[in-house]
Structures are given as structure tokens and as C-alpha cells.
Design a protein around this ligand. Structure first.
Ligand code: CA
Length: 235
């Protein structure tokens, strides 16, 4: 199985933040939290979760402003965001969505409803996370048997290359820096040099691509790596 989805809660009402944390952890999510908008922005520069629950009114930096900034960053522009707002006015909701949040809930909301929305949004943006096998073009990765095939041939990947491919295939089109890949694929506390990522991406490419075959792993200069979302499509 892949790692649990990570959720960042940005909420300055501590009892609500704790309630959400408790319920999300019970559902198997890994949870981090921030009480201020500016603190959350710093955390999001360090690493990017799978989804953010973002309160509208926050000290430091408002949820709306943080959302706007995240949408301007290439590595967070598609990050799923659910806005939590205490205000119910229609124009405020519209403004929230216009700023780029994927969804919103109006306080007070029911926790089961929020959990359902979190699940729905995660499934919508990354259906691959819950699939038993991942497919893109002629590439097929089976999570349970740890086997990878391309066309008819069986590929032989080391454990790190397998996790790397699985992680990237789960999130086609998203760009990950070397630091983010180290964080997600090697583990949060790894003290490994970032060049290690390049070494393993090289091994992965060698294992999955024959000469002249299209490479699904894209190098984005100055940013990192990404699984080509158009891989397998005729373009
Ligand atoms: Ca608040």
C-alpha cells in the first residue's frame, strides 16, 4: 500500500483543529496542523501535503490570501484545498472559490460531512491513490505483487525505484522537487543528499525505458521531476 494521504489543517480555533485532527487520524490520514496563515505558508514551502483544510480568518495571513499565493506557485497550483469559513454570505463563498479553493464548508459543519468531502476531493484529484494497480500508456504497476510491466515485458525495479515510480504515477502532472521526493519516498527524516534522487531516477529510467521508447518521467529544469500526464496519449 502507498503511504497515508497527508492533510494539513490550518485553523486558529484550537478545539476545532483538535477535533478535525482526531477524526482525520481515525480515518487513517496523517495530519499536520498550523494555527497561523504565515506559519502554514512556511510549512508548505518545506513540504506539500495531499490536501489542505484552510480556515478563512487566520492570524498572520488570511486563508484567502494563502490560497491565492498557493495557486500562483507551480508546485501547489493543483493542491486540493477545502476552505473552512464562518461566513455564509453567498458573495463570500463565490470569492472563496474564485480564489481557487476546490471546495468549502460553512461553520458550523458536521464532521462526517467534512470527512466525506475530503474523501471525495482526494478521489477526484488522485483516483490512483486508491487503485490496486496503476496504469499509464503501456506501463502497468501492480501494488500488491510489486510487479511492473511495460507492454508485454516484465520490468525489474529495485525497491526504491518501485516506490518512486508508484509515487509519481499516483500524481501524474504534479512536479516534485528533489527535497519533496526525498521526504515522500525516502521518509521525512532522511538525511540523504538530494543527488541521490537523481541517481535513482536514472536507474528508474533505465529500468522502464528501452532505447527510443518514450520516457514517462519528465525532468523539469530548476524544479524537479514529474510523471508525464500525457504519457500513453497520442499527442
Ligand atoms: Ca479562524
Amino acid at each position: 500500500m502507498s503511504t497515508n494521504p497527508r492533510i494539513l489543517i490550518v485553523e486558529d480555533e484550537e478545539p476545532l483543529s483538535l477535533l478535525l485532527r482526531y477524526n482525520l487520524e481515525s480515518e487513517g490520514y496523517t495530519v499536520e496542523s498550523a494555527m497561523r496563515g504565515d506559519d502554514a505558508e512556511l510549512m508548505l514551502k518545506e513540504h506539500i501535503p495531499d490536501l489542505v483544510l484552510l480556515d478563512w480568518m487566520l492570524p498572520g495571513l488570511s486563508g484567502i490570501e494563502l490560497c491565492r499565493r498557493l495557486r500562483q506557485r507551480s508546485d501547489t497550483k493543483n493542491l486540493p484545498i477545502i476552505l473552512l469559513t464562518a461566513r455564509g454570505e453567498e458573495d463570500e463563498r463565490v470569492r472563496g472559490l474564485a480564489t481557487g479553493a476546490d471546495d468549502y464548508v460553512v461553520k458550523p459543519f458536521s464532521v462526517p460531512e467534512l470527512l466525506a468531502r475530503v474523501g471525495a476531493l482526494l478521489r477526484r484529484v488522485s483516483p490512483n491513490r486508491v487503485a490496486a494497480s496503476l496504469e499509464a500508456g503501456d506501463l502497468h504497476l501492480d501494488r500488491s505483487s510489486h510487479r511492473v510491466r511495460r507492454g508485454g515485458r516484465e520490468l525489474h525495479l529495485g525497491p526504491t525505484e518501485f516506490r518512486l515510480l508508484e509515487f509519481l504515477m499516483e500524481r501524474p502532472g504534479r512536479v516534485f522537487s528533489r527535497a519533496q521526493l526525498l521526504d515522500h519516498v525516502w521518509g521525512m527524516d532522511s538525511e540523504i543528499d538530494e543527488r541521490t534522487v537523481d541517481v535513482h531516477v536514472g536507474r528508474l529510467r533505465k529500468a522502464i525505458n528501452k532505447p527510443r521508447e518514450r520516457d514517462p518521467v519528465r525532468t523539469i529544469r530548476g524544479a524537479g521531476y514529474s510523471f508525464d500526464e500525457n504519457f500513453g496519449r497520442k499527442i
